[in-house]
Each structure stands twice: as C-alpha cells, then as structure tokens.
Design a protein around this ligand. Structure first.
Ligand code: C5P
Length: 396
C-alpha cells in the first residue's frame, strides 16, 4: 500500500500509523510531499518502511513510479491530509509523486485530514471534501481536540489506531463497492440514564459497542455517519459526527433532528421505557422511615415515531430488541408493533449482547424473512445489517 503524508505537524503521528501497518504485515511505500519532509525527514520514513522515499516524479524514472505506485497498490492512505493536499487531489493536480499516485490509483483511497478548525470549516475545503467523497474517496472527519498550540477544536488527526482500523476495514472489503457511498445514516448507541436526583439515575448495561461497530462499518462502506451516543465511554469512531446525549428525551430530540436528512436510521441504543415522574433538584436524603416508591412515567418510543413518521419515503428504519425468552415470537410481535423495516433480535446471554465484543442475532423483516447471524464480532453483525439496509435502499 501507499502511505501518503502531507505537510502538517501531525506528520509525526503517521510514524505510528506506519508501524501499525507494517507490523500487521503490509508492505508500505511512504510517499511524502516536500512540505511533509520539513516535519519528518526521509530517513525516518525509509527506515520505518524499509522502502525508498521520494517526493518527486524524477527519481527512478525508468520504473515510471508516478504511474506504477498507484496502479499496483491495494490501498492508498493519506495521513495527515492537509487542506492543500485535499485541494490538489480534488482538482486532479499531478505536480508531485503523491498527487500523481492518487490520480493513477484504482484501489480504495482513505484520507485522514488534519488542519486548523478554520481551514477545515472553510467552504473551499468542505467543497473539496464533498468532491472527493462523491468520487469514492473515504474522507474521515477530523477529530476534536488539541491542535498545534494551545488551541483546541475540530481538525485534529484521528488517532493512528482509528485510521489503521478504517484502513483494515477498507482492505477487508477489498474490491467490494462502497455501497453506502453518498448515503447519510444515523446510529443511536449506548444506554440512556434517567435521573432521580443530581447523583442517581435509572440506567442499563448497554456499552455502545454494537452502535459504534455499526458506525465504524458504515464509514468503511462510504456512508456519512451521525452517531447519537447515550453515555458511551468508548473513543469516538473516526470519521463520524458524534452527538452526546444523556436521557431518552435528549436522545429523541437528537435522533429525530439527524433523521430528517438520513437515508437510514439504526436504533441500537437501549432506551429507557420509563423515567422517574419527579427529578429532584437536590440529592434525596436517607430517612429513617421506609422509602417512598418511585413513581415512573412512560418515555416516548422513538423507534415507533421513526417508523410511523418517516422523514421521507424510502428511509430505512432499523430497531434492535434484546430478548431473554421466546426470542423469535417476541421479535416478530415487536417488529409489527414498532413498524420498522428490520429488527435485529439479540438473545441476551453469557458472551453476547451487553458490553462484550461478540454478538449473535436474527434479523427479521416485514416480508417474513429471518437472517441468522452466528456468534461473531459486533463488526461482523454490523456488516450484515448494512448489507440488508443497502439492499433495501437500492430497491427504492
Ligand atoms: O421495546 P424495546 O425497548 O424492546 O425496543 C427496543 C428498540 O426500540 C430499540 O431499537 C430501541 O432503541 C428502541 N426504543 C426506542 N424508544 C424507547 C424504547 C426503545 O426507540 N422508548
């Protein structure tokens, strides 16, 4: 593969990415821009990759590197991708080895941008990113956090481990088409917390792992992803827009807002069905008398609302259901009651569902179909969900 490095301070983090790539067995040719070499020198890239390093098209001309590198690669990753590199790629420039490689590559291409917030948010950069995405390039959204100096904001290079995971996902899918390219999907993840007072809440055991797996895999398949995360302690999935919420009401507002422009909404979050009728402003005190029962009121069922009031015809709505008994019968009844297009039914048990890396499920559809997904990673289950979502989207 080719690791393109353009001239930003985050170039030093690409050394760690290069390590992750080479140690997992990939042969990596690093192609920096001239400016990148002002941050990290060619000997570092050559030593870490074990391959020659050039920035121009005039070295080893007899091997025609400006064409061969792109043609022979299985993946091109550009990290960091600066505003300038993104602009040059979007306009099809070929004024150095990296841009020439990007023009000749027919494999998946992944960009991990890093720049100051103002540069990222500028309409010129946003137009260029849209252009690249429309052509099939997977452009991760930059992370939010500390930038070069004391300043913070959106523009930070996604963590090398996250770029590595996105690269692996793209390679794993090989030549498979990016079937969610140009699609906007919304995923809810985690579990809501319904406060009793400022320190106590009614919650559940959902970790957000399945929701984040859905986000990660959708990004790898080319989608623009909004994650509505309820109390999730995991690192943000690289490239997703993450909206943080606490309660079911907050989750409802965020999901319905994001769903307006979405092609698909997947409700993987565990949403509390009830909340305390009263939320005390001050911490409830221990008393000597027996405690009062806690009165509960019903929360709105967001999935029912999504299924009933579709933002537009053709929007695919997916629900999750965790069941402990009569899994399929309960699942069928729930699919009908919720009015969604797909219902992913989990049996809650030892090594599956809550806070584990693995899951198994049956995915039900209103036509009577049932897709069995055997015990495997949450990413594997997520891919089957997107296979079914993509099939329904392309049928409309
Ligand atoms: O009815 P049950 O809680 O089992 O349904 C689970 C599905 O419904 C999940 O997709 C969950 O996100 C969604 N749900 C919801 N609003 C609620 C309760 C559950 O959207 N108040």
């Amino acid at each position: 593969m080719v690791l393109g490095v353009s001239g930003g301070i985050a170039a030093y983090k690409a050394c760690e990415l290069l390590r992750l790539l080479t140690e997992s067995g990939h042969s990596v040719r690093v192609v920096p821009t001239d400016s990148a070499l002002k941050f990290v020198g060619a000997p570092t890239w050559a030593a870490l990759s074990g391959q020659p390093v050039t920035t121009d098209v005039w070295t080893d001309v007899e091997q025609v590197p400006h064409v061969r590198l792109g043609q022979e690669s299985d993946l091109v990753v550009v990290a960091p991708a600066t505003a300038d590199l993104i602009a040059r790629a979007a306009t099809g420039r070929a004024d150095d080895l990296l841009t020439a490689t990007l023009l000749t590559a027919r494999c998946p291409v992944l960009f991990a941008p890093a720049m100051h917030t103002e540069m990222w948010e500028h309409p010129a950069t946003q137009d260029n990113v849209r252009t690249l995405r429309a052509r099939g390039v997977v452009v991760l959204d930059p992370a939010v956090g500390r930038l070069t100096g004391a300043d913070t904001g959106r523009g930070r290079l996604p963590e090398p481990a996250d770029i590595f995971a996105a690269a692996q996902a793209l390679l794993a899918r090989g030549a498979q088409p990016l079937d969610l390219l140009g699609r906007h999907v919304v995923v809810s993840a985690g579990g809501t917390r319904e406060p009793l007072d400022p320190v106590r809440f009614l919650g559940n055991r959902s970790s957000g792992k399945q929701g984040y797996a859905l986000a990660r895999t959708a990004i790898a398949r080319g989608a623009e992803v909004t994650v509505v995360a309820a109390n999730v302690a995991l690192p943000d999935p690289a490239g997703a827009k993450v909206v943080r919420v606490g309660t079911a009401e907050e989750l409802r507002t965020a999901v319905l807002d994001a769903a307006r422009g979405a092609d698909a909404v997947v409700m993987a979050a565990a949403v509390a069905d009830f909340r305390p009728a009263v939320r005390a402003d001050a911490k409830l005190k221990k008393t000597d008398s027996d405690p009062e029962p806690i009165a509960l009121v019903r929360n709105p069922d967001i999935l029912v609302e999504l299924g009933r009031d579709r933002a537009h015809a053709g929007q695919v709505v997916v629900g999750f259901a965790a069941e402990t008994n009569d899994v399929l019968a309960n699942g069928r009844a729930k699919l009908a009651a919720k009015g969604c297009d797909l219902l992913v039914v989990n049996e809650v048990g030892e090594r599956r569902a809550f806070d584990t890396p693995d899951n198994a499920a049956t995915i039900l559809d209103p036509e009577g179909g049932a897709t069995e997904v055997p015990l495997g990673s949450k990413d594997a289950l997520a891919h089957v969900v997107w296979d079914l979502v993509a099939a329904r989207l392309s049928a409309t």
